[in-house]
Design a protein around this ligand. Structure first.
Ligand code: GLU
Length: 383
């Protein structure tokens, strides 16, 4: 039987074949290879390389000429493996202003920047300041200044402006609530009224029952005060009288969430290992997870390139894209390995720098509370 084709409707008037060069990222990118539908990733890549070497390209980029494309493809009887959206490459660096920019953060920014340049796309700077308790005065200016000194030019973002702003999450507060509500309406999230004491009590109870790291999850949620356990009228009454609540994701039971990380390959996590993360806090602010996904979606981000410490959160983000109906435009993920201590044991810290005599910050940083100065590469005369 002929292989399946996943094309949407063919356009009525096809545009000329390969009318633009490979560098033009506005075009639809189609990655193709031969296969039987069950081919492993490695095999697929072999097929792809073969196909690409035959046509002498890197990635096959077609204009909207599906008829011509279909004809070519038919002759070679391939299976279309991935069809990327017709989108301009857009990446973002999204630091939280909690202190000076660590050299690991500079590297993440650099990789994003270089990727954007390579593909003729956009590099955005977004400030993720939803956690007001960790806010540090001067950190945002430091980040902007440090990137500028490094020659990492921002196309769009807090200091550069742009059409998808504001680019600081605290200024986007009004945007997030509707998405939390959407998740509640579709029963993928719920209200939780538990007090800090009740949460502690639950954790203690679980610990004494032998659970090493107790979580608010599919098992424990049934014994807590939330809109899944309380009668609807009580939930309404509590909200109306102004009781404090958070909105949590209703993590499905026993589902494998898979994502293909550009660096790590396929990552699969069972939802039984994930908890009902808070998406919206009682202070009216979203948490990082919700804000990050909503912003990446609204800002048209195509590739999320970030530190590996965020890999454990990626399955939750995939579920959020799915639950919000955005899976078809979900960015591709690349989680970068962290910069480690010279002995390889743990993340490189400021203390390692002090101990071994090199800066771990791009420029000098003065702690606004203690006045302590941490040395930077710029003032250290490195470049
Ligand atoms: N705000 C997060 C951080 O400071 C960004 C993580 C991400 O890029 O998604 O690391």
């Amino acid at each position: 039987p002929p292989p399946p084709f996943f094309f949407p409707a063919y356009p009525a008037t096809p545009a000329p074949l390969w009318s633009r060069g490979l560098g033009d990222v506005y075009k639809r990118q189609v990655v193709v290879g031969w296969g039987d539908g069950g081919t492993s990733q490695e095999l697929r890549h072999q097929h792809l390389r073969l196909f690409v070497s035959f046509f002498g390209g890197d990635i096959f980029i077609f204009n909207h000429i599906f008829i011509a494309f279909h004809l070519i493809i038919r002759n070679f009887n391939p299976l279309i493996i991935t069809q990327m959206e017709n989108r301009r490459v857009r990446v973002r660096f999204a630091p939280s202003p909690t202190g000076p920019l660590h050299i690991g953060g500079v590297r993440t920014a650099l990789y994003n920047y270089l990727f954007a340049k390579k593909h003729g796309g956009d590099f955005l700077l977004r400030i993720e300041d939803t956690d007001q308790s960790r806010f540090v005065a001067g950190a945002e200016n430091y980040i902007v200044d440090a990137l500028s000194w490094c020659g990492i030019h921002i196309d769009e973002g807090v200091s550069a402006g742009g059409s998808k702003g504001p680019y600081k999450q605290s200024e986007r507060k009004a945007i997030y609530r509707q998405y939390a509500d959407q998740l509640i309406e579709s029963k993928l999230a719920y209200y939780a009224f538990d007090t800090p004491e009740e949460l502690t009590e639950m954790r203690e109870r679980m610990k004494s029952a032998g659970v090493a790291s107790p979580q608010y999850n599919a098992i424990t949620r049934s014994g807590m005060k939330n809109s899944l356990t309380l009668p609807t009228e009580e939930v309404r009454a509590r909200i109306n009288r102004g009781d404090k609540y958070v909105i949590r994701i209703k993590m499905p039971r026993n589902e494998d969430v898979k994502l293909e990380d550009i660096i790590r390959g396929w990552v699969s996590v069972n939802t039984n290992n994930l908890d009902d993360k808070v998406l919206f806090k009682s202070d009216g602010m979203p948490t990082y997870h919700l804000a990050n996904v909503v912003d990446d979606y609204l800002m048209g981000i195509t590739h999320v390139i970030r530190g590996e410490e965020w890999l454990p959160s990626a399955p939750l983000h995939v579920l959020l894209y799915r639950s919000l109906g955005w899976e078809s435009v979900m960015p591709k993920f690349a989680h970068l390995p962290l910069i480690l201590k010279p002995d390889g044991n743990g993340k490189l810290s400021k203390r390692d720098g002090d101990r071994l005599g090199f800066p771990v910050f791009p420029t000098n940083w003065t702690n606004p509370e203690t006045g302590e100065v941490s040395s930077g590469y710029r003032e250290g005369g490195y470049y």
